[in-house]
Each structure stands twice: as structure tokens, then as C-alpha cells.
Ligand binder design. Structure first.
Ligand SMILES: Nc1ncnc2c1ncn2[C@@H]1O[C@H](COP(=O)(O)OP(=O)(O)O)[C@@H](O)[C@H]1O
Ligand SMILES: [Mg+2]
Length: 469
């Protein structure tokens, strides 16, 4: 192969710049301790802005540039989030340190032709979305924002990713921030429960991040923290401050969108209900979901759920039909997203299924109604369902909006169906007593008394209007 002098010069510059690209040089102490921890299975829980994502980006690029033929993978909830969270930072490091990576926006990857390595970014929003990683041969995997993953995170790790790491004895790392619910798989992982028993656990917070851009502008970390407290009008004991800024697992009811407790959960099969409603959501990012709820004696039971990503309209319609035949709902409501009426019409014409547009206004008011029903134990959900996991983890962000880092596809379908439920029209039947007993006698007296009162007030009304003359 013939190189011209320009190529040689560029290669020289690349190698010189790349020499400066090392985790030891680039990362601050706690970040480095985590990244260089030789344990193959590790995790870090930290506050926001503590350098989690930066650290994992630097490590993935480092592996790609130093290990020939390396394949590394960054996973977060969705491809779109992956792009938002880390893509720009990877491009910047690649550019500044002349790492020689060729980015491909289309498939969110960066390839390194000089040594045949490749870095992939991907999303894994649900159990049906994780199969795509099966069979990959990986050197390193990071799962970012792990606090937002539901229990399929365990399947993703055990069934899919672990075998992908066998050949090269690769490493798997989880990174995330404590969630408001102090629940979920990441919470268990941070406490070495279940499959995470032998994982290496690291923690640090924003105070340890000596590379925060504002520090270079002259603002100290103490001033920044004080400003945050003043801006939010809170003191350091505030649970959200403890969690988001200090990276501690502190539960805060106020930040949770829904307030469930064990009284809202059922273990066995739900009863046969008086009526059912189907709620469907064609999700943002190709994630579709269906929830069926029914009611009996004034109580709502969430009886079925289904969700899947990246499916066609025909597949979705097939699932709607299956659920329709199974539950015979009196109403089927759908939020068909940006394509709105077109999709609803398409499903009606092609598949003969009549769906009505879901009511979407006043979402926050309906959330409060759900909470009120949850408190009165009027809503019952199956203990091991995914909608329960979503409801339990969903939290508000610092602006009081639903935190986008959490999944709420099933929650949306549930809310659409809930709005149509008529469980509240239920009237409790009178207690039946055995004829001739004392209780029966008293009840009969009461009934006669009521009838006489009604009759009397009716006669009085007629007198007032003068009909009796
Ligand atoms: N080692 C580092 N060198 C330079 N900048 C860093 C480093 N670690 C973190 N940062 C910067 O600190 C800020 C927060 O980092 P980030 O990784 O986004 O935090 P987190 O993922 O914990 O919220 C970002 O501006 C990031 O660029
Ligand atoms: Mg991050």
C-alpha cells in the first residue's frame, strides 16, 4: 500500500492526540476507580451531573481504540434517549482526540477502521426489545439510566448480555441515579440483592466531579449547591435533594406520580367483571400497548396488558382483535399519536375494529382521581404485572412534569381506559336478612318509614302547587 505524506502526517497527529486519550488522564478519582475496577460485573449509583455518562463514553471509546476488533455497546431506555444522552459527547471526544472513529448516525454506531472496532448505541425499552442483542460478541456493555428499567433488566443481563460477553470475558456495568420510589431492579442491584449478589458497587456524587464545566467559570461546588437549595426553596434534608444532588437512596412520596400500596394488588385471577374497557396507545418511538380493565361491585380490576415495540399496524390490529375476542370490552379507546385519525380509520376499514379516540385533556386531574381510587382501594392490579412496575416507578421531575426517563406506555393505556370506566355508578345492594329475624324486622320498619316519608313529602309538594283543590 502506498501512503502519501499527507496521510502519514494525519496518522502521526492521530496517534499523538490519541496518546492523551486515556482514562487515567481524563477521569477524576471516583470515576476512574469505577471504570478501572477489574470486576466484570459492576455498577455505580450517583447523583445527577456526577459524570456517569461521560465516564462510560470515555471507557467505551478507550476500549475501541486500544483493543483491535472490539465490539462495545451502550444501552439506555430508547435509541432516541441514547442519541440525546451520549451521541454528541462521543463525537466530541472522537474529534478532539482524533480517535479515528467514523460515526454513522443512521445506525448510531462509530466504527474504527484502523483496528476494526465498533461502538454501538441502542435502546431496550421492554422485554420484546432485548432479543436483538442476542448473539452479539461483546467486550464491554454499559446500561445507562438503569433506575428506569423494569424487571426485564434481569432477563437482559442474565439471558442475553452475559452470554454475549463470554468469548472475551467482557464487562457489564450499570449506571444510574436513585429513583423516588426506592424500588425496582436497579435498587435491588445497588443493594446486592438476587443476581447482583457479587456485583461491585460504586457511588459518588456531583461534589466529586472536578470536571464540571461551571467550575471553570469560577463558580464553586458549594455555591452551586447553595444556589440549588435557594432556587428550590428547600433545605439539605429534602429527599429529592438527597437523591438527585447527593446520590442517596431516599424515598419521597411527593415525587411519585402514583401512590400504590399492597392493598391495591391482587395475587390470584381477577373476578369475572360486569364490563370491560380496552385502552390502547400507539406510542412515541414505536412502542404500542394495550391495557384491559373491568369492574365489579364498584372495584376496577386491571385484568390484562400487552406491549411491544417496533411492530406494524397489522400486528397491532391483530393483538387488539385477540384482546377484543377474549374480553369483549364495551368500549375500545385509542391514542393513535401523531398519525391520529388516519390509523384509527385504517384499523376500522382494514380490520373491522371500531376504536374511539382517547380523551387526553386534563391528564393530571385524572392522575389524582386514580390516586384517590387507589387510596380507597377501588383499583386492584395484578401484583406481577408490568403496569404495576410502571405505576410504582413513575416520578415527577424537578419541574413537576412526568420524568421522561421513565416508561409510561402501559400507564397511558391504563389512563385512557380508566377515564371510560363506570365503576363509580355502582350502588351497594341492601344487606339481606333472614325473614322473621330481629334485623329483618328493623329493616322492614325502616323501609316502611322511608316510604311514608316519601309519600308525605310528595303530598306536601302537590299542596304547594295547588293541585289538590
Ligand atoms: N472526566 C471528565 N472530563 C471532562 N468533563 C467531564 C468529566 N466527567 C464529567 N464531565 C462533565 O460533567 C458534566 C456531567 O457529566 P455527565 O456524564 O453528563 O453526568 P451524569 O451522567 O452523571 O448526569 C458534563 O458536562 C460532562 O461533560
Ligand atoms: Mg447521564
Amino acid at each position: 500500500m502506498i501512503y502519501d505524506s499527507r496521510d502519514l502526517l494525519l496518522e502521526y497527529i492521530r496517534r499523538e492526540r490519541q496518546k492523551n486519550f486515556s482514562i487515567r488522564k481524563l477521569c477524576f478519582d471516583k470515576q476512574r476507580d469505577f471504570l478501572l475496577d477489574p470486576n466484570r460485573f459492576k455498577l455505580a449509583y450517583c447523583s445527577r451531573r456526577s459524570g456517569k455518562t461521560y465516564g462510560c463514553g470515555a471507557d467505551l471509546l478507550d476500549t475501541c481504540t486500544t483493543v483491535a476488533g472490539a465490539q462495545v455497546l451502550y444501552i439506555t431506555l430508547s435509541r432516541l434517549s441514547a442519541k440525546k444522552i451520549i451521541w454528541r459527547q462521543l463525537l466530541e471526544l472522537n474529534e478532539v482526540y482524533k480517535l479515528g472513529g467514523i460515526p454513522k448516525l443512521g445506525d448510531l454506531s462509530i466504527s474504527f477502521p484502523h483496528n476494526n472496532s465498533i461502538l454501538y448505541l441502542s435502546g431496550a425499552k421492554d422485554s420484546s426489545d432485548i432479543e436483538k442483542f442476542r448473539g452479539m460478541n461483546l467486550h464491554k456493555v454499559y446500561i445507562d439510566e438503569a433506575q428506569s428499567f423494569k424487571s426485564y433488566l434481569i432477563d437482559l443481563i442474565e439471558d442475553i448480555l452475559e452470554p454475549c460477553l463470554w468469548d472475551y470475558q467482557g464487562t457489564l456495568s450499570l449506571i444510574g441515579t436513585p429513583n423516588s420510589a426506592c424500588k425496582g431492579t436497579f435498587f435491588e442491584a445497588c443493594h446486592n440483592k438476587g443476581i447482583f449478589k457479587n456485583w461491585s458497587v460504586h457511588k459518588w456524587n456531583i461534589i466529586d466531579n472536578t470536571e464540571l464545566p461551571f467550575l471553570k467559570e469560577g463558580l464553586t461546588i458549594e455555591q452551586f449547591m447553595q444556589n440549588e437549595l435557594t432556587r428550590k426553596n428547600i433545605d439539605p434534608s429534602d429527599p429529592s435533594y438527597q437523591r438527585e444532588t447527593l446520590g442517596r437512596w431516599v424515598r419521597s412520596e411527593d415525587s411519585l406520580v402514583f401512590h400504590l400500596d399492597s392493598n391495591n394488588l391482587y395475587d390470584n385471577a381477577p373476578p369475572i367483571c360486569e364490563d370491560y374497557i380496552m385502552g390502547c396507545d400507539i406510542g412515541f418511538n414505536d412502542h404500542d400497548s394495550i391495557v384491559i380493565l373491568g369492574w365489579k361491585d364498584g372495584i376496577i380490576y386491571v385484568v390484562d396488558e400487552w406491549h411491544k415495540s417496533q411492530i406494524t399496524i397489522s400486528e397491532f390490529a391483530k393483538e387488539i382483535r385477540r384482546m377484543d375476542e377474549k374480553w369483549k370490552p364495551i368500549k375500545k379507546v385509542i391514542d393513535s399519536g401523531a398519525l391520529g385519525k388516519k390509523i384509527t380509520e385504517e384499523i376500522r376499514v382494514r380490520f373491522g375494529i371500531n376504536l374511539i379516540a382517547a380523551e387526553k385533556q386534563r391528564k393530571y386531574e385524572f392522575i389524582e382521581l386514580v390516586n384517590s381510587d387507589l387510596k380507597q382501594n377501588v383499583i386492584k392490579l395484578r401484583k406481577d404485572s408490568e403496569v404495576v412496575q410502571e405505576l410504582e416507578l413513575l416520578q415527577y421531575d424537578s419541574k413537576g412534569k412526568i420524568d421522561e426517563r421513565f416508561t409510561d406506555d402501559l400507564v397511558d393505556s391504563f389512563l385512557y381506559a380508566y377515564r371510560e370506566a363506570r365503576h363509580f355508578s355502582y350502588i351497594e345492594p341492601p344487606e339481606l336478612f333472614k325473614v322473621g329475624t330481629k334485623e329483618w324486622g328493623l329493616r322492614q320498619e325502616k323501609i316502611i318509614e322511608n316510604e311514608l316519608e316519601d309519600k308525605l313529602s310528595q303530598e306536601q309538594k302537590q299542596d304547594e302547587w295547588g293541585f289538590n283543590y
